[in-house]
Design a binder for this molecule. Sequence first.
Ligand code: SAM
Length: 243
Amino acid sequence: VPFGMRDVAPDEKAPLVGEVFRSVATSYDVMNDLMSGGMHRVWKSVTVDRMNPQPGHHLIDVAGGTGDLAGSFLARADSREQRQRPQAEAIVCDINHAMLKAGMDRSRAGRVCGDAEALPFDDRQFTHYSIAFGIRNVTDRAAAFREAYRTLRFGGRLFVLEFSQPPQDWFRAIYDRYSDLVIPRLGEAVAGDRESYQYLVDSIRRFPGPDALAMEIRQAGFSRVKYERMTGGVCVLHMAAKV
Ligand code: SAM
């Protein structure tokens, strides 16, 4: 990646995002653990708690990458009493083949290559839609939320997990320093790719705050929109329902 995402015109953004993730797919999971100090596992686990997966549920995990969220969803649903209900199902949908392939053998979740802005699925297929650390990379968020609404059944729920900026000044100052000093260097040392991780830091700063994002979700037709900050606001989970 020769330049940071901030210099890129909107119509050039999509292919560049593809490049960014191809270059990091292999070391992706290791980097997640290193950068977040393992916290991304906790954030995803809380997300799965809120989803409350049960037999018969059907998840689409968009921008699902190597598919760990979908895998946990299925494991949780499968651990519940079946009571003659059908097995839960999950599909990992990602725009990048390499990411899908890297996680292929990790769970029984299906894998489909597709764009969050134009999902290759019929209307009203799913009980749960999730997008974890993916909405920040989507060019047209409104389109992605409309697609989430379209593909969810009535009664279905939306879960958006994404980095954010801590609201408390003192914590924000520490977080900003960590982002500037540690993340790009870690990216260079471990993945040999400083630019992708500088892009990560920049894109988190540009991303709308939780109230603005909640408004965008409402505008796509969702009800009961709420959010939960995690780890002092480093990460935020938005939840909403299609009623
Ligand atoms: N959800 C996974 C996780 O939490 O570990 C992966 C997150 S990774 C930071 C972002 C993913 O978004 C990448 O796998 C990338 O290929 C995918 N992505 C980016 N733009 C996308 C789009 N428009 N539609 C679908 N996936 C997209």
